[in-house]
Design a protein around this ligand. Structure first.
Ligand SMILES: *Cc1c(COP(=O)(O)O)cnc(C)c1O
Length: 386
């Protein structure tokens, strides 16, 4: 037996462990300090009643012999796949069929699993900074990575790869920078993929935060994208499902990959939970939508508060609009971790150091609209009195 050395040699998840370690060490040394956590990447608003009711009903069905269910379809129930087509795509003028929609237990699994469709010799282009899963899964497979630096001079928009990239991970609205692309900007990537026979894996986890009409909600709003793009979506951030677990991946027939992905999923995935899928369906009801939009508005207001507050204090901030993350330049040219330590020690505020998302994130930190509202107010007060 020989182990996968790529996996063995993968560095530990340094970012979040290190944040936790430094925060705990500070708390241990200052037991009475009230630490304010503003770097969180997880939702905190409770589920609307329409969604929890749907889950309760699903559980009750499983307790009665007449309505009990066993395994569901590997790729998801038809009623959910159809609702996704109707509400998330047809409503935006995009034509997809339910067979092109694959229900998942969240985006995390598919973001890595999709790479099984491609030869390991394929190169992967990944934004720097980025959500760590793209880099880690590509490294586990031993793939060559082409980093695409996203820098302030280009408003954190990546430039097209200088050499041919076979697989391209894009994430817009972006985690961690909060950057979005206009239709025209995204079209350049679709053109690149068509010209180079590349495939785009488009992570649209933050689609629900988009407000500008110029910003596409789906990559399929771009002509020709169905031939070169797979779209990965999740109810995690849009509906507060990080615990419930449900998402979906669109693999259009035009990519030539739809049958392969179905084959792969039917072997390696036995479907998302019936209860989660009923919860996902409830997000499309009038009551579900109302509850969720109240939650989204709450996060958007928190983003606004943080953006304006930091800006008023003289910080240079990006993102925060169309996205729940605020990308903030450190003061006095501190590096990301120096600034993290400075905020922790001087005002007990915890952020997410930008360099943890990639080399190009050096000199920045991420603040999150998923932070407690009162803690944001208090953090801004403490920063002001520095
Ligand atoms: C949170 C997040 C996801 C969602 O992951 P799930 O597995 O669906 O919870 C996907 N992509 C990005 C960039 C995220 O930040």
């Amino acid at each position: 037996m020989q182990i996968n050395t790529h996996l063995q040699q993968l560095p530990g998840n340094y970012l979040f462990t290190e944040i936790a370690n430094r925060t705990q060490a500070y708390q241990a040394a200052h037991p009475s300090a009230r630490i304010l956590r503003l770097g969180i990447g997880d939702v905190n608003r409770p589920l609307p009643a329409a969604i929890s009711d749907a889950m309760h009903r699903a559980v009750d069905e499983l307790t009665r012999v007449e309505t009990f269910r066993g395994y569901g379809p590997e790729n998801g129930y038809d009623w959910l796949r159809q609702a996704i087509v109707d509400y998330d795509y047809t409503s935006r003028g995009i034509h997809l069929s339910p067979e092109e929609v694959f229900i998942s237990d969240g985006a995390g699994s598919d973001l890595g699993n999709l790479s099984e469709l491609f030869d390991t010799a394929n190169s992967v282009a990944i934004l720097d900074p980025s959500y760590p899963a793209y880099v880690d899964t590509s490294r586990m497979a031993g793939r060559e990575i082409i980093f695409l630096p996203c820098v302030a001079e280009h408003n954190f928009r990546p430039e097209l790869p200088a050499r041919k990239a076979d697989i391209i991970y894009l994430c817009f609205p972006n985690n961690p920078t909060g950057t979005v692309l206009t239709r025209k900007e995204l079209a350049a990537w679709v053109d690149y993929a068509r010209a180079n026979h590349s495939i785009i894996l488009f992570d649209a986890a933050y689609e629900a935060f988009i407000e500008d009409p110029d910003v596409p909600h789906s990559i399929y709003e771009i002509d020709g994208a169905q031939e070169v793009a797979i779209e990965i979506r999740s109810y995690s951030k849009s509906a507060g499902f990080t615990a419930v677990r449900c998402g979906y991946t669109v693999v259009p027939k035009a990519t030539g990959l739809q049958a392969m992905w179905r084959r792969r999923q039917c072997t390696k995935f036995n479907g998302a939970s019936y209860i989660s899928q009923r919860a996902a369906l409830a997000t499309y009801t009038a009551e579900g939508k109302a509850g969720l939009s109240a939650n989204l508005n709450y996060y958007k207001q928190t983003a606004r508060l943080l953006m304006d507050g930091l800006q008023d204090l003289g910080y240079r901030v990006y993102g925060g609009k169309n996205a729940p993350y605020i990308w903030c330049e450190t003061s006095n040219k501190m590096d990301s971790w120096q600034f993290f330590d400075f905020l922790l020690n001087s005002c007990q505020v915890v952020c997410a150091p930008g360099v943890g998302f990639g080399e190009a994130g050096q000199g920045f930190v991420r603040f999150s609209a998923f932070s407690n509202r009162d803690d944001c107010h208090e953090a801004l007060r403490r920063l002001q009195s520095l």
